[in-house]
Every structure is written in structure tokens, then in C-alpha cells.
Design a protein around this ligand. Structure first.
Ligand SMILES: [Zn+2]
Ligand SMILES: [Zn+2]
Length: 198
């Protein structure tokens, strides 16, 4: 029930997987089919349902791609993303080696992404923003008509609302929001219809 995104530059063949939620073999198969090569795994945050496919995906990739995560979510990553909390057990995959920070610039081929730190759902939650394409991979910060839950360890409602106002609502209305769960939406649509932002 979690969205995984494969983002690629078709000219260079470089691909990045954002939140390999599950079934690393399927994700790897799709990348191979497109003749892309996996240059990285970017995690919006360390909840287990966003990285359950990372281990298998990395095993099937050579060389194994570096994993990027905000340091404030490393403690959560170390307890397998809270899987035990839900009675599950996962292999979180390769240890993150890219420490994300707010304002950092990342690349997928020619495409530029800015890291936006947006705590509240978890402490180290980040979003990936491409201004030229008007796309924000926003993880579990905001959904169509809803926002991320804040009742899990590290969650805080006021912090999340503040993150949304500063880091999401400051973006142009036509920015597409690609969330960790559910369908895509836009900043403008959520500005009008999201009941948590009234
Ligand atoms: Zn989450
Ligand atoms: Zn989630």
C-alpha cells in the first residue's frame, strides 16, 4: 500500500528509486527492462513500509547503490523502521551512506533535486523537489485530502503542520505532489481542499 517511485534520466540511463517499499525483484526487473542503471536509493523516511524492498533491490544491483537518508531517521532505520511495532520483521538493506540535509542538491542524470527537511511524521523526514519539472516527492508529509500520521514514535502534529506550511505550501500551486500513499495531487488543490490546512 506504499508508493515506490523509479525516477530516471532517459538520456543518461541513470535511475534512482525513491522508497523501495517492497518486492525489490520487481523494482529491479523494471529498471533492467528499461535499460537503466540504479544509481541510488533515496528514502523519504525510515518507516519499514518505505524500505522493505531495499535489501533485495540492492542485492540484485551491481554495484549495490548507495542509500540516502536524513541522519535524524537513522535511529528509526536501526530498529528496522519500527517493523516490530506492527509485528513484522524486515531486512532494512545496506546502511545509508549519504546523509541528507535541508537544501542539499541531488542529481539523477541531468535532473536536479533539492532536499527539503520536513519533520513531524518522523524526525528525519525529507522530501525531494524538482523545480524545473514542478514535482515534489513528499513521502508521508501530505496526501490527497490528508496528512501524515503523528502518533508513532518521533511524530508531532504541530511540527508536521509547520513543515507543510513552510516546505510544501510555499511552492507554486501547479507543483505535483507524489505521496507515499494514495494518488497524486497538487499544492494548489491541497491549499483549497485539505481539511488539515484550513
Ligand atoms: Zn511513514
Ligand atoms: Zn508510509
Amino acid at each position: 500500500m506504499t508508493n515506490t517511485y523509479i525516477v530516471a534520466d532517459d538520456n543518461t540511463g541513470e535511475a534512482v528509486v525513491i522508497d523501495p517499499a517492497d518486492d525489490g525483484a520487481q523494482i529491479s526487473g523494471e529498471i533492467t527492462k528499461q535499460n537503466w542503471h540504479l544509481a541510488g536509493i533515496w528514502l523519504t523516511h525510515a518507516h519499514f513500509d518505505h524500505l522493505g524492498g531495499a535489501a533485495e533491490l540492492a542485492d540484485l544491483s551491481s554495484p549495490p547503490p548507495p542509500v540516502a537518508l536524513h541522519p535524524d531517521d537513522i535511529p528509526l532505520w536501526r530498529i528496522e523502521g519500527g517493523a516490530a511495532f506492527f509485528g513484522m520483521k524486515i531486512d532494512p538493506g545496506p546502511e545509508p551512506t549519504i546523509e541528507l540535509k535541508n537544501g542539499q542538491e541531488l542529481h539523477i542524470g541531468e535532473y536536479k533535486f533539492q532536499v527539503l527537511h520536513a519533520p513531524g511524521h518522523t524526525r528525519g523526514h525529507v522530501m525531494f523537489y524538482n523545480r524545473d519539472e514542478a514535482i515534489l516527492f513528499c513521502g508521508d508529509v501530505i496526501f490527497q485530502g490528508s496528512i501524515g500520521r503523528t502518533d508513532l514514535p518521533g511524530g508531532d502534529f504541530d511540527t508536521l503542520i509547520d513543515s507543510i506550511r513552510r516546505q510544501v505550501m510555499a511552492l507554486p500551486d501547479d507543483t505535483r505532489l507524489l505521496s507515499g500513499h494514495g494518488p497524486q495531487t497538487t499544492v494548489g488543490q491541497e491549499r483549497i481542499y485539505n481539511p488539515f490546512l484550513r
